[in-house]
Structure formats: structure tokens, C-alpha cells
Design a protein around this ligand. Structure first.
Ligand SMILES: Cc1cc2nc3c(=O)[nH]c(=O)nc-3n(C[C@H](O)[C@H](O)[C@H](O)COP(=O)(O)OP(=O)(O)OC[C@H]3O[C@@H](n4cnc5c(N)ncnc54)[C@H](O)[C@@H]3O)c2cc1C
Length: 431
């Protein structure tokens, strides 16, 4: 790729970002002398890490890219609620790394235990090391196991949270199917930032939908520490029609605000204590979503601030705490939402920035606007789409209320859109 061609391409990448919620970078070039020996290591093969690997190779195939992901098969969190609600089999949300390998990405399945920032290398469980010129961390979220008395990593094996998809997703799906007639499914939302809050209300909807179809005497008890939630209000309006929400015999019961604050969990008796006076809630299924923070490796590498997340320069994903390391996806505090679409778009900006660094081009400040839509299912025929747009202003992504693309819509079309958009993004990243 000539320098002129790459410059045009990088601008096209930005134009794609400006124009759509889903970046497509399809114009691949040829090797350049400057970037051929440049090695980028990426830890984490989820939406953010796998997207970064793909964009790097598509922008400049000469760059050496190694993607380190622990799991041989990745389970997508988007659509994992559909598995829990019995709308999809678990294997259908799995993705492999063959397409990335075909693009020339070296994929290593291993666990990275540490980053040697000064020595520019990664350490693996067996003590071996991997050097890099530039590092991208995309480790996703970690649970804050100190936050809830009686609920820790071990307890989560019997009372799964299912917020990191995998065995716990399957366990919740099974538990819902096997729940006794008239049983209670308790789902609780924590304080603080979590990955995709909209998915919390999608899960509530799909559990309610399952109960309405298969276990009419059953109940969903929703505990939400957020007294007023604009996001929840959109779902509540739809639950009224779908599940008689607000009426006495509705399948959905909501406790919101301070009374929903989790005090402790008794895993043996499946009792959850909430609020100042420790009200008791006994449930057949206890689905506690714990408070969250950046993945363990980001914490160990000193990339996390007091918020528990990694502050980054949003136009590149580079850490503001440690030079030369980029953090993308859920672990990053970029001003964007913790959504798969945002992870994908921050990855495009990160890849663009790294190519500029590798080829010793000046970093170009450009106007960036990101449009992000999350599509959720409430039932197989009722979807909810919520679109927000972000502008990069003075080095920070800000969501501008009232932007012309912002909005919420629902209906059958949105249900179809949810299925399509999940499939498209998955296909785009993993094939
Ligand atoms: C239930 C649920 C539903 C959701 N639905 C939607 C939706 O409909 N739409 C939407 O836009 N967003 C949705 N999201 C949010 C979306 O899933 C996340 O924003 C997205 O997965 C973030 O991508 P990531 O790459 O940062 O992290 P992840 O996808 O979590 O990937 C991180 C990867 O890093 C690997 N890893 C971590 N540490 C190491 C290490 N030390 N060594 C090796 N590998 C490591 C992990 O194995 C993992 O595969 C949902 C989230 C949840 C929980």
C-alpha cells in the first residue's frame, strides 16, 4: 500500500465510522517496509480484541498480529439471554478464530498472567514470554467478588450470574426449564457500571416470556437498585401489554431503589436479603448479577483507576496511565457504552491509530461520531432497539441528547433486526 493510498484508506475508515454504527474496513493493501516488522499483541479475543486484530490486518496486512485468547471457542454475550430464555441452543452463539487466522493473525490459546511494561513482553502461565511493539488489552469484565456478602466465585457455580457467557448460561437455561410450577426466578441488578445494562432488562423480559409460555404460575422477581431508570421505563411500558406488568397477577414483580439493594445472599437456602431492614426473598433460581470492573489483567498491569475501569484516550484507546498500551472494549472507560458495537468501533479507532504509529505517520485529530444501536428481544416477536450517538469533543466521547439518530423503537421489525444485527456483527468479526 502506498502512503497516499493508506492515508485515503484511514480517512475512509473514519468515514465508515461516521456513517454507520458498524464499521467495515474492506480495502486491504500491500506490505510496507515500515510496518512489516511491527508486532502487535492483543490479549482477549472477544468483540474488542478480535475486532482490533481484524481491522489491523485489513488496514495493513504487513503488521504482525498475535491474538491471545484463553478459550478456543468464544461464546457471545449478545444472544446469550436468548439461550437462557429457551429461544436458541447454546452452540449457536459460539464463534471460532479460523477467519482471523486466514487473515494472517497468529492466534494463541493461553492465559496471560502478567504484563512486563518496561520489557514490553507478556508472561504466560507456564512462565514463557512474548514480546511486542504495541500491546492491546481487551480482557472484558471481572466481577467484584468483595461486594456482596455470601456471593462469591464459588457460590456462583451453583447460583450462576450468567454475565460472562459459557457454562453459567447453560446452567441458567436448564434451571429455568426445570423450575417447579409456581417457582420464583430472582434477578438482581447491581449498582455501578455493568456490561450492557439493556441486556439486564432483555434477560428479565425473556425469563418472563418463558414463564408466561411454560409456567404461568411462576414469577420473575426483579430487584433493581436504580429507583428511576429511563432504560427500564421503555421495557416496563412493553411489559404492561406483554406480561400484565403493574397488575396483581403479573408474571413480573419489580422492587426498585433502596429496597432492592442486596445485603447478603444465603446460597444454601436460596434466600436474598435486601434493603435497610433486610427483607427476605426466597427464590428457586437466584440470578444475582454482581458489580463489575475491568478484567483482572488490566488491573494487574496498573491500567485501572479508582473507578475500577481503564481510562483511555478515546480516539486511540491508548491508556492515559501507561503509555504504549491500548485498552479496548468493556474494560475501557472511553465514554462509550459497554456494548459489543462500541467495542467494535473503538477497536477500529485503535487499529487505525496503531497503523499510524507503526508507519510513523502523524496521528490525525479528526471529528469522530459513533452511532451505536443495541437491539434486544422481549419475546420472539417483540424487539426493542435503542440508538445513541456519541461525538468526540475535546478528547472525550459525549452522548448528545436529542441527536437526530437517537431514539427507541419497538415491534416485530425490531425483533427481526435484533436477530439480523447480532448475526451480522458476529459474521463480520469471526466469520
Ligand atoms: C448478557 C449480556 C448480553 C449482552 N447483549 C448485548 C447486545 O445485545 N448488544 C451489545 O452491543 N452488547 C451486548 N452486551 C455487551 C457485550 O457483550 C460486551 O460489550 C462485549 O462482549 C465486550 O467485548 P470485550 O471484547 O471487551 O470483552 P469480552 O467479550 O468479554 O471478551 C474478553 C475476552 O478476553 C479473554 N481474556 C480475558 N483475560 C484474558 C487473559 N489474561 N488471557 C487470555 N484471554 C483473556 C476472555 O476469555 C474473553 O474471551 C451484552 C453483555 C451481556 C453480559
Amino acid at each position: 500500500m502506498t502512503d497516499l493510498k493508506r492515508r485515503r484508506f484511514l480517512q475512509l475508515g473514519t468515514a465508515a465510522l461516521l456513517a454507520s454504527g458498524c464499521t467495515t474496513l474492506s480495502d486491504a493493501g500491500k506490505n510496507t517496509a515500515k510496518t512489516r516488522k511491527f508486532h502487535v499483541a492483543i490479549v482477549g479475543g472477544g468483540y474488542a480484541g478480535a475486532s482490533t486484530a481484524r481491522y489491523l490486518k485489513e488496514i495493513d496486512p504487513a503488521i504482525q498480529v498475535t491474538l491471545i485468547e484463553y478459550d478456543k471457542v468464544y461464546a457471545t454475550a449478545p444472544a446469550s439471554n436468548w439461550v437462557i430464555g429457551g429461544l436458541k441452543p447454546f452452540p449457536s452463539i459460539l464463534a471460532k478464530y479460523r477467519k482471523l487466522e486466514k487473515l494472517g493473525v497468529r492466534v494463541i490459546h493461553d492465559w496471560v498472567t502478567a504484563v512486563d511494561v518496561a520489557g514490553k513482553n507478556l508472561r504466560f502461565e507456564d512462565g514463557s514470554r512474548l514480546g511486542y511493539d504495541r500491546l492491546v488489552l481487551a480482557p472484558g469484565i471481572a466481577m467484584d467478588w468483595q461486594a456482596i456478602e455470601g456471593y462469591d466465585e464459588k457460590t456462583a457455580q451453583t447460583l450462576p450470574h450468567g454475565w460472562i457467557p459459557g457454562l453459567q448460561t447453560q446452567a441458567l437455561s436448564r434451571q429455568l426449564k426445570e423450575m417447579r410450577r409456581g417457582g420464583v426466578y430472582l434477578l438482581s441488578r447491581p449498582e455501578g457500571d455493568i456490561s450492557c445494562p439493556q441486556a439486564f432488562y432483555e434477560r428479565a423480559s425473556l425469563v418472563a416470556n418463558y414463564l408466561a409460555e411454560h409456567n404461568r404460575a411462576g414469577k420473575l422477581l426483579l430487584l433493581d437498585v436504580h429507583a428511576d431508570s429511563a432504560l427500564r421505563a421503555h421495557f416496563e411500558a412493553l411489559w404492561e401489554n406483554l406480561f400484565g406488568f403493574g397488575k396483581q397477577r403479573s408474571v413480573v414483580e419489580l422492587i426498585a431503589g433502596r429496597d432492592a439493594r442486596l445485603r447478603r445472599v444465603d446460597a444454601v437456602s436460596r434466600v436474598v436479603f435486601t434493603g435497610a431492614i433486610e427483607e427476605r426473598h426466597r427464590a428457586d433460581i437466584v440470578n444475582v448479577v454482581p458489580p463489575q470492573k475491568a478484567g483482572a489483567l488490566a488491573q494487574a498491569a496498573g491500567l485501572v483507576d479508582a473507578s475500577g475501569w481503564c481510562p483511555v484516550h478515546p480516539a486511540s484507546g491508548e491508556s492515559t496511565l501507561v503509555e504504549g498500551i491500548h485498552v479496548v472494549g468493556d474494560a475501557a472507560n472511553s465514554g462509550l457504552a459497554r456494548h459489543a458495537g462500541c467495542a467494535n468501533q473503538l477497536a477500529a479507532l485503535c487499529a487505525r491509530s496503531i497503523v499510524q504509529i507503526a508507519s510513523e505517520e502523524p496521528q490525525q485529530e479528526q471529528a469522530i461520531r459513533i452511532v451505536d444501536t443495541v437491539d434486544s428481544l422481549l419475546t420472539p416477536d417483540e424487539g426493542l432497539s435503542r440508538t445513541r450517538s456519541y461525538q468526540l469533543r475535546n478528547g472525550v466521547f459525549v452522548h448528545e441528547e436529542g441527536d437526530d439518530v437517537d431514539g427507541v423503537s419497538h415491534g416485530k421489525r425490531e425483533a427481526e433486526r435484533a436477530r439480523r444485527s447480532w448475526q451480522q456483527l458476529r459474521q463480520q468479526i469471526w466469520g
